[in-house]
Design a protein around this ligand. Sequence first.
Ligand code: PLP
Length: 408
Amino acid sequence: MKPQKSKKVIYLDNAATTPLAPEVLLVMQPFFTKEYGNPSSLYSLGVHASTALEVARKEVADVLKCRAKEIVFTAGATESINLAVLGYCRSVRTSAFTPHVITTAIEHEAVLECCKQLETEGFSVTYLPVSKDGLVDPKEFKKALRPETVFASIMYANNEVGSIQPIFQISRILRHANQDRRQAGKHEVVLHSDAAQAAGYLDINVQKLSVDMLSINGSKVYGPKQTGCLFVREGIGLQPIIFGGGQERGLRSGTQNVAGFVGFARALKVAENAKQKELKRVTALRDWFVAQLEKKFGATLNGPDDRKLHLQEARRRMPNNLHMSFPGVEGEALMLYLDAWNIAVSTGSACAEAGDKPSHVLTAIGNAEPESAIRYTLGRYTLKTDLLYVLKVLDHILPLLRNMKKLE
Ligand SMILES: *Cc1c(COP(=O)(O)O)cnc(C)c1O
């Protein structure tokens, strides 16, 4: 039986971006109209803005468990990553040796493209391979360390298959290595992590993570787009990548997006407070949905499967991520058909332009059928009734798509 088309959008692409939470919009509003001062101005209107900005900075710092002065506000994770990778590496550029950088093959394009840029600037870069589950092996990381290594960027959670990297183990390896390096008078290795997908679900306490820099953004935690921050541990020197009036301790010139950062801080705080509850709710919903897709449509899960996890084991997959292959179906066609039913999903990675090149993440995990993959990412506003509707629609359109494919 043909289902009835949903009037509201069933939004299952929360890894691409999230809607703005109503309570976040509310706290932003005054800064568009009444409180429009430049935070660098010295009269009252400016002071109101700079006070709001500093309250926001403190709120973000409280979530990350760092000092307010260790937070640099940016226009999103891409900019934070550029500042971390280019800003740090350029500050240690030396003619004494070829500085070495470690990253992974499955990073977001922001990290990969910065690393490619570094290669043109005389750096050498190791792109660590990952397992078929999309996980870096800490032992491989340890082996990749060289005397010339100055910097490593390892993502916290992958945006396509949702794999959670062993950041805690990697930072522990680095702590020990850096101790030896300090004693030997050698350059220490600075660790950055791209946590754009992790915030709101995983622990982003930078002391526990023991990272030197961390990138997060507002647009993935129900905050405004083009907002985010870079945590920079005190003592880490960065070169700016944007020059001008010297805002953000000289690291990010330009009049601050006061409304945006106030919204970002509120969004992050709300997400952090809801974290444990959401983690449980979304995991249960996801596991149920995966099982339905497997049973009803023969779909297979790409990336780690946490349903077989023992109690004491750490999560290896983002609770909101389902990356599924539907054998005999073109992922792009399925996405477009679902759109016609008012269901928004992604074909693997939403960040890449539509094109024929298979995703670098699916290539790295050795996925044999990248073109039949679809990524569903659940979120705060996803309900079980939404997923029941998706199952009904799939029941209707998958046979059509499979027949079409056979006729080709
Ligand atoms: C979304 C995302 C980014 C880029 O964030 P923007 O705020 O869009 O610049 C970087 N890394 C990961 C893992 C992401 O998911």
